[in-house]
Design a protein around this ligand. Structure first.
Ligand code: KG4
Ligand code: ZN
Length: 333
């Protein structure tokens, strides 16, 4: 089985060819960081235009590199949401046109399902059910993954997503865009104990996440500093990362108790590429006698291999879509 995957829901334009045996035949990921950097965040209109310019040539490049014709693929999988709607429409309509032209089935993929199943692309041994911590720019959720298309939401954020909190912290501290990796870098040389920062909902009986109060505390503490030296910046970045990690660990430990059938604790999404967070989650899994699975770093941030793989999992179950599949800005799993 050979699946062509397309991803365009945020600021990465990505195309991949993935086989049912998990081999990635070819892939391209074009980042739009340079286009959005002057604005300090992703500008939806610029993102959609860049996807429209890059996507079709990238499909041709990936097919060329693999030495594969469109007629050789078994299905076309494209992200159909959730995400920035202009970009989603570009990717989905491109996928529909390719599927229609080649007479192949279309798989309209939920981007979150792409993240949720991505650990199974990296680790053939990972079996359902597993407990998934999905941490990205738009989402922070704990999901009981019972099978393909069978997701039980155990917790979500009541305000900001964790990636958003990393990005806003980076902006406050003048660390630039994209924010998550910049905060992680700064935190490496910082003293996490210097600033007292809140840990919203820590120990709470309710299952959810909250990061707005932590972000506001970073803003207040930063504003109160007279000199704002590089050391101040690194210490506050480290304090923020430590507080956010404590929240993730606490909420995850709670969910482990609420989903005892899990065979493993799995983390996915852009924030899962953070080494400090990965280490803390590995420790909480070990403390509960659970295996821990974290995909390779490139598979955590947005890519098309995970979309193609979700397509492969769905095609194997006969879950194909029709050409009228809608593009959805919001689409909970
Ligand atoms: O999954 P993703 O690539 O796109 C979405 O679907 O949102 O996640 C992007 C998010 C951004 O908020 C980015 O700042 C964050 O993941 N991120 C990180 C790191 N790398 C990316 N956050 C913390 N540490 C990192 N190393
Ligand atoms: Zn994503």
């Amino acid at each position: 089985m050979l699946i062509l995957g397309i991803e365009s829901s945020c600021d990465e334009t990505a195309v991949a060819l993935v086989r049912g045996d998990r081999s990635i035949v070819a892939q391209r990921i074009a980042s739009q960081d340079e286009a959005h950097r002057p604005f300090g965040g992703v500008v939806p209109e610029l993102a959609a235009r860049a996807h429209a310019e890059r996507l079709t040539p990238m499909v041709a490049e990936v097919l060329d590199e693999a030495g594969v014709a469109l007629a050789d693929v078994d299905a076309v999988a494209a992200t159909a949401g959730p995400g920035l709607i202009g970009g989603v429409m570009v990717g989905l309509v491109t996928g529909k046109a390719l599927a229609w032209g080649a007479g192949k089935p279309l798989l309209a993929i939920n981007h979150l399902e792409g993240h949720a199943l991505s650990p199974r692309l990296a680790d053939p041994a990972l079996q359902f059910p597993y407990l998934l911590l999905l941490v990205s720019g738009g989402h922070c959720q704990l999901l009981g993954v019972e099978g393909v298309g069978r997701y039980r939401r155990l917790a979500t954020t009541i305000d900001d997503a964790i990636g958003e909190a990393f990005d806003k912290t980076a902006k406050i501290l003048g660390l630039g865009f994209p924010g998550g990796p910049a905060v992680e870098r700064a935190a490496r040389s910082g003293d996490a104990r210097r600033f007292a920062l809140p840990r919203p909902l820590l120990g709470s009986a309710e299952p959810h996440f909250s990061f707005a109060g932590l972000k506001s505390a970073v803003l207040r503490q930063w504003a109160a500093l007279p000199d704002k030296t590089p050391t101040d910046r690194d210490d506050l970045a480290a304090g923020f990362q430590a507080a956010a990690t404590d929240c993730l660990v606490d909420r995850t430990a709670r969910a482990i108790a609420a989903f005892p059938q899990a065979t493993a604790l799995v983390v996915a999404g852009g924030v899962a590429s953070n080494q400090h967070i990965r280490a803390a989650l590995a420790a909480v899994a070990a403390a509960h006698g659970l295996g821990f699975v974290a995909p390779p770093l490139w598979l955590c941030t947005d890519n098309a291999a995970m979309i193609a793989w979700a397509g492969a999992e769905r095609l194997a179950l006969g879950l194909v879509d029709t050409l009228d599949a809608p593009a959805r800005p919001r689409w909970p799993l």
